[in-house]
Design a protein around this ligand. Structure first.
Ligand code: KIV
Length: 291
């Protein structure tokens, strides 16, 4: 639900539009969203890209990691976000095991997110995932890459840890990003890497890098909606900046409502439907004229 004021002067963004923003001097803005209201908020704020991320599993569904969502879960939430008709590019995240089994399954899963309303898909991993990326691109679906910390690999890498701190690991991240760009990814998420590594990747690829926990030397930034709004408070990684305290505000608001109900202050007469006095009298509904 994009409002007239938020659409003023804005055109819908495509993956080629995002790709063309490399080096234009204005950082790209991406935020996650998972449903109609969050996508409407993000688009109303004028972001460039909305990612329906597999963080859905954690911040919306309450799991401890991102491994618990399926392609059907993701498609359900992409469809809800797409109903906000955002002008931002809507990117659907391919969940764990949706692009690991075969190229055919990979393309069908990517297509499911496109049919749900995504204009591009994202998947995690470097050179290992080139086959999957090429198959999806061959089906004319734009792909966003994701290197550095790839949360779908937490069991393999031993947890949510900063990646690329040693020389070999840093070089591998750069090589992965270069391979993804050469394969045709229109942008690459860089998650939890030191800023020097992010700078090297950003300088090495001809497509925008979108950082999360990767410092300022990226072509854009992404944050998780629930983190930036203070809706998620189970953990606060170093890279999260909170712009609101919505969990605390919402809890206080619901507590005020509960208090008003228990004390009889809600609902008031103004919040109540009434019949005309003569009708009330005739049906004897209230005994006396309604207040
Ligand atoms: O799923 C997600 O929210 C993501 C971002 C953290 C980039 O992949």
């Amino acid at each position: 639900m994009t409002t007239a004021s938020s659409t003023a002067g804005r055109a819908p963004l495509s993956a080629p539009d995002i790709r063309a923003r490399k080096g234009d001097g204005t950082p790209l803005v991406m935020v996650t969203a998972y449903d109609f209201p969050s996508a409407a908020v993000a688009d109303g704020a004028g972001v460039d890209m909305i990612l329906v991320g597999d963080t859905l599993a954690m911040v919306v569904l309450g799991h401890e990691d991102t491994l618990h969502v399926t392609i059907d879960d993701m498609a359900h939430h992409v469809a809800a976000a797409a109903r906000a008709r955002p002008l931002a590019l809507l990117v659907g995240d391919l969940p764990w095991l949706s692009y690991h089994v075969s190229d055919e399954e990979t393309v069908r899963n990517a297509a499911q997110l496109v049919r749900a309303g995504a204009g591009a898909v994202k998947l995690e991993g470097g050179r290992k995932r080139l086959g999957a990326i090429e198959a999806i691109l061959d089906a004319e679906i734009p792909v966003m890459g994701h290197v550095g910390l790839t949360p779908q690999s937490i069991h393999a890498v031993g947890g949510f840890k900063v990646q690329g701190k040693q020389l070999d690991a840093a070089r591998a991240i750069v090589d992965d990003a270069v391979a993804l760009a050469e394969a045709g990814c229109f942008a690459i998420v860089l998650e939890c890497v030191p800023d020097a590594v992010a700078r090297l990747v950003t300088d090495s690829v001809p497509v925008p890098t979108i950082g999360i926990g990767a410092g300022r030397h990226c072509d854009g930034q992404v944050l998780v909606y629930h983190d930036l709004l203070g809706l998620e408070d189970r953990m606060k990684p170093k890279f999260v900046r909170r712009y609101a305290s919505l969990k605390a505000d919402a809890t206080a608001a619901v507590a005020r409502y509960a208090d008003d109900v228990r004390s009889g202050r809600f609902p008031s007469s103004d919040e109540t439907y009434h019949v005309a006095d003569d009708v009330a009298e005739a049906i004897g509904l209230y005994g006396t004229t309604p207040a």
